[in-house]
Design a protein around this ligand. Structure first.
Ligand code: NAP
Length: 282
């Protein structure tokens, strides 16, 4: 699996990772098999959050999937904005570490901008780094204004990533967030790469283009989509899959090579909409 430097951290992280949102509703044995198969094929970036299943995904699924293999995993979790005071962030991290049965997180994110002062969250993140509880921190669903605030508080080189909504039919980050992150060494982790299950229909205009490119390479439209979404060195994607076959399909997308012409065809088939007034979230 291809790896890339994760923003300013320079830690080599696989371009394709594994999401875990809503996994508490899936068949647990299947989800565990899928996550472990993903680790086997190098999808070692595992994304979770205290929010997911109210802690159940961390505790009953991710902890189990990574058990005995912690050193292989680039483990990411997130604090909810409602917990993101200074003391609340420290406490939330401790709870996540306990549920995940680990001593450290590779990256800890603020799930979305909230009402507690960002200064407190950033201070708590830096304390967690100093204490060895997290190796790096980042943000999620941050628009340029929020990123500027975080940068002013933390200084350059501290924000590891911004995790944002990014799929073929939602490319809003390309207007301003992606260029800002690239200029500031912040990795861009695209979430919901398959639109949270709402993938372009095969008979739609875009779906036909996807299908034709997929057929030409003997791969699936999902693989073509993933490859498009990580076409720039700053980009990572974290598809969620509870079925082993889906995980294997997704992992193989990392070795797919699309031509410049195919990328241009996809770019036209799923055009960038006008810049929205605020960053879309799921
Ligand atoms: P997604 O990855 O866009 O789509 C997941 C759906 O696609 C599932 O139904 C899955 O099926 C299916 N799927 C996966 N691989 C497939 C394949 N190769 N072929 C056909 N279908 C396939 O959904 P998501 O969960 O919204 O996003 C991914 C991750 O991003 C989340 O799990 C979470 O970790 C993160 N996220 C973060 C935020 C945030 O605010 N920071 C928000 C949303 C999501 P099966 O499960 O049945 O295999």
């Amino acid at each position: 699996m291809e790896k890339r430097g994760f923003g300013n951290t320079r830690v080599a992280v696989p371009v394709l990772g594994q999401g875990t949102w809503q996994m508490e509703a899936d068949d647990r044995a299947s989800a565990l098999r899928a996550l472990r198969a993903g680790l086997d094929v190098g999808m070692t970036h595992v994304d979770t959050a205290e929010l997911y299943g109210h802690g159940q995904v961390e505790e009953a699924i991710v902890a189990e999937a990574i058990s005995g293999r912690r050193d292989e995993v680039f483990l990411v979790s997130k604090v909810m904005p409602s917990n993101a005071t200074y003391a609340g962030t420290l406490a939330a991290c401790e709870r996540s570490l306990k549920r995940l049965r680990t001593d450290w997180l590779d990256c800890y994110l603020l799930h979305w901008p909230g009402s507690h002062p960002l200064e407190e969250t950033v201070r708590a993140f830096e304390k967690l780094v100093a204490d060895g509880k997290i190796r790096a921190w980042g943000v999620s669903n941050f628009d340029v204004e929020d990123l500027e605030e975080a940068l002013a508080l933390a200084g350059p080189g501290r924000i590891a990533c911004n995790q944002v909504l990014y799929h073929l039919e939602e490319r809003a980050i390309e207007h301003a967030v992606l260029p800002w992150c690239e200029a500031n060494g912040v990795a861009v982790v695209g979430y919901s790469p398959f639109g949270n299950g709402s993938f372009p229909r095969p008979d739609s205009r875009g779906g036909k283009v996807l299908g034709a490119i997929a057929r030409a390479h003997g791969v699936t439209p999902y693989q073509v989509a993933l490859r498009f979404l990580v076409r720039r060195p700053s980009l990572f994607a974290i598809p969620k899959a509870s079925r082993e076959a889906h995980v294997r399909d997704n992992a193989a997308a990392a070795s797919l090579v699309l031509t410049a012409e195919e990328l241009a065809l996809l770019d036209r088939a799923f055009p960038l909409d006008a810049e929205p007034s605020s960053l879309p979230v799921i």
